[in-house]
Design a protein around this ligand. Structure first.
Ligand code: UDX
Length: 468
């Protein structure tokens, strides 16, 4: 079986390299020639641990190639993965399906033999059925094309591992609704064929014990947005509680540890701080709301409005705390911002809380110096007006307050002693709750955190170590 991957952004490039690693011959397809040139030279246009090596390995082995030519892709592939973007539509919360529709039409039109399309992009529920019809209408006479929906759950920073060893695999197949509509049973046969093809492709993962969920298109489409909305809900839940612990002097980390010990709750995704960002969680949450609204189901997912609001409030709150730490105004004050990426191990600044907070501080008059180990260039493209520097010492030089917003290892492990000689005032805001308050306070720093009442308020900070 020969594979094409349509769309070589973050998801597509990772998927293409992983499929080559699994032994397939893979052709990556994109319309962006500059991106293709880089990939074909074995250069990754973004930061992702482990992916660069894999890309080089398979570009060199000849198992992984790239093209912008859909005719070449149609003749080459037996299975075509669709991994183009579905960004938020301008002026709306709904997902923009233009790229998916265009990829499906372009590949189907150029098929020279029977093929399977595999949808990986995150789409509004109800899309797959329409895309299947689109593919069939566009395919040449005598060529059979079918569609399976196979959502992707990979996390940035862990993309390779999440693709090679996912924690579950979901397949959406043409199901009952189609059969009823068309008054035929043909789809049952086509569903069985599609499942067999996908089992063959993912044999390594399935043999290694990855659970497989086989369902209809609609459920498969929903799994992705439901998972991301649930993760967002966990984060906003703990962040809204952190507003309370911060006000009364409690410790949000200890609270999260304690409730997380209940297996039904779990400790993961209960880290309070500046909130969630990135290319998925915020967008998927909003797209689910938009789709629910189209279906007349606003009421069903109304709580998602609050999840989003809590998240946005974190950014205002962080700016407020920095202002307070500087005595009521940031105007002309030196602020060191540590982190611009939406999370560590990524150079992605899409909807990044860190960059947004840096930009807000700048817009109200602060003199902002940003350092991120990987994301400076992307951040500068998106928000060029602040000062980007290449090292931690440069960022904190003469700082009146240090603001930690993305929890890179370099920031988690920095010490008060290391920073003290460089800053103007020993003040730090731990926007991710990753530093040890006692250590910083002992060293004479005014330490504040989001979710723990800090020393500037004169209240002792709760212990984060767990007595057993
Ligand atoms: C997410 C999903 O995890 C993944 O399954 C899906 O395929 C794509 O979307 P990703 O966007 O890479 O992955 O980031 P993730 O690790 O989920 O983090 C999202 C945001 O939540 C980050 O800004 C992160 O800092 C924040 N976060 C995460 C918290 O604020 N607290 C937490 O406890 C966990």
């Amino acid at each position: 079986m020969r594979i094409t991957v349509l769309g070589t952004g973050y998801l597509g490039a990772t998927h293409a390299a992983a499929m080559a690693e699994m032994g397939f011959e893979v052709l990556g397809v994109d319309v962006d020639e500059r991106k293709l040139e880089a990939l074909a030279a074995g250069e990754l246009p973004f930061h992702e641990p482990g992916l660069g090596g894999l890309l080089k390995k398979h570009v060199n082995s000849g198992r992984l190639r790239f093209t912008s030519d859909y005719a070449e892709a149609g003749a080459f592939g037996d299975v075509h993965f669709i991994s183009v973007g579905t960004p938020q539509r301008p002026g709306s919360y709904a997902a923009d399906m233009t790229y998916v529709e265009s990829a499906v039409t372009s590949i189907s039109r150029h098929l020279t033999h029977d093929a399977v399309l595999v949808g990986k992009s995150t789409v509004p529920v109800g899309s797959a059925r329409g895309l299947r019809a689109l593919a069939r209408a566009a395919a040449p006479e005598g060529v059979d094309v079918d569609l399976v929906w196979n959502p992707e759950f990979l996390r940035e920073g862990h993309g390779v591992q999440d693709t090679l060893r996912p924690d579950r695999m979901v397949l959406g197949l043409p199901g009952p609704a189609d059969r009823v509509r068309q008054g035929e049973d043909a789809d049952q046969e086509s569903a069985a064929r599609l499942e067999a093809t996908m089992r063959e492709i993912y044999a390594q993962q399935l043999d290694a014990g990855t659970p497989l969920v086989v369902t209809d298109y609609e459920t498969a489409e929903l799994v992705k947005v439901a998972a991301n909305s649930f993760l967002a809900t966990k984060i906003s839940f703990i962040n809204s509680l952190s507003e309370m612990t911060e006000a009364v002097g409690g410790d949000i980390r200890t609270l999260a540890d304690a409730i997380g010990m209940d297996e039904r709750i779990g400790r993961k995704f209960l880290d309070a701080g500046v909130g969630f960002g990135g290319g998925c969680l915020p967008k998927d949450l909003r797209a689910l709301r938009a789709r629910a609204s189209e279906l007349g189901l606003d009421q069903s997912v109304r709580f998602l409005v609050e999840i989003d609001d809590v998240n946005v409030r974190r950014r205002d709150h962080t700016v407020g705390v920095v202002t307070e730490m500087l005595g009521g105004s940031v105007m002309g004050r030196q602020v060191a911002v540590l982190g611009a990426a939406f999370k560590p191990e990524s150079d992605d600044v899409r909807d990044s809380p860190a960059l947004d907070i840096a930009a807000r501080l700048h817009s109200i008059g602060a003199d902002v110096h940003v350092y991120d180990p990987q994301a400076n260039a992307n951040a500068a493209r998106r928000y060029p007006r602040v000062d980007y520097v290449d090292s931690l010492p440069q960022a904190i030089a003469r700082a009146e307050v240090v603001v930690l917003l993305t929890e890179w290892e370099e920031f988690r492990t920095m010490t008060p002693q290391q920073l003290a000689p460089l800053v103007k005032h020993k003040q730090i805001l731990d926007g991710r709750n990753v530093l040890d308050p006692a250590e910083w306070e002992r060293a004479g720093w005014a330490y504040r955190a989001l979710g723990r009442k800090g020393s500037t308020a004169g209240v002792p900070v709760g212990s984060v170590s767990m007595a057993r």
